[in-house]
Design a protein around this ligand. Structure first.
Ligand code: MG
Length: 283
């Protein structure tokens, strides 16, 4: 039986993926700049300004600014989501002052010529205990396990299962996998089908084909998988106050292999260490 063609999934030509790469490099530059600036005494609003400068200097637009307008949400007021400690995602930059030992999830998006890039990372402000460093590393590794499972002919469920297996296999610790938010297709809009859950069963869901682009983004916690939304209707925090980490990259399926559009090296090093072929301009 012929598998069902995934509906609503935008298939990109290579020239369109190349534009997405330009957006991805802006995202990467912004993450780097904000991670470098994230120090004790700095407010999250000051980091938003750093993100705005990076967008402006590349002539790029924000994927996040005013997101939600017309969708029943208060329009998102910033160019970056900055989520501290027990905040998981969608923290709004403001007057909060970062302190030594905080962890900061930086989620940033950019539009170049109508095409989006989206990525996130969690960084430590100053020093953090081993337990927190392990959480962040488990989240990063789960993302790469998911990315490495992306291949033509596989299904989205294979990616989800690879992420879940990575989380469960990591250093014997138990982490909560946030289920209310997932990865997603990305292209001429930031959020497109298909959803990419961070848990699930292999051999299920839409089939992966050439020209797909996916944002893979596990969110892990030191406690519960349950989350609550803040009064601002954006900030998502763990229900039990445990700390959370978030890591995300945008990956495209090219004729030559995977191209991690939001990594400076296109994903070359991490993919090679997992025996996965890097496509696009991977160096
Ligand atoms: Mg995303």
């Amino acid at each position: 039986m012929r598998p069902k063609t995934p509906r609503g999934i935008q298939i990109k030509r290579l020239d369109q993926i190349e534009v997405m790469r330009r957006a991805g490099l802006v995202v990467s530059a912004g993450l780097e700049a904000m991670a470098t600036a994230a120090a004790p005494g700095v407010t999250t609003l000051e980091l938003d300004a750093v993100g705005r400068d990076v967008l402006a200097s590349h002539g790029a637009k924000s994927s996040f600014l005013r997101y939600g307008a017309g969708m029943g949400l208060p329009p998102y007021p910033a160019v970056v989501c900055l989520s501290v400690n027990e905040e998981v995602v969608h923290g709004i930059p403001g007057s909060r002052v970062l302190r030594d030992g905080d962890i900061l999830s930086i989620d940033f998006g950019a539009i170049v010529d109508g095409w989006h890039g989206d990525a996130a990372r969690t960084v430590i402000v100053g020093e953090a205990p081993q337990k927190v460093r392990d959480l962040i590393e488990a989240t990063r590794l789960a993302m790469w396990a998911g990315i490495a499972a992306v291949r033509v002919g596989a299904r989205i469920g294979d990616v989800s299962a690879a992420i879940e297996a990575s989380v469960k296999g990591h250093d014997g610790r138990k982490y909560g996998i946030v289920r209310e938010y997932t990865g997603h297709g990305i292209g001429s809009a930031m959020h497109q089908p298909p959803d990419v859950p961070n848990w699930g069963h292999p051999r299920r869901g839409p089939r992966i084909v050439q020209g797909m682009a996916l944002a893979i983004e596990p969110m892990l916690t030191l406690g519960t998988e349950r989350v609550v939304e803040g009064a601002d209707e954006w900030t998502v925090s763990t229900a039990d106050g445990s700390w959370a980490a978030h890591w995300e990259d945008t990956v495209a399926v090219t004729p030559d292999g995977l191209w991690v559009l939001t990594e400076p090296d296109g994903g070359a090093a991490e993919l090679a260490s997992r025996g996965v072929r890097c496509g696009g301009q991977c160096e």
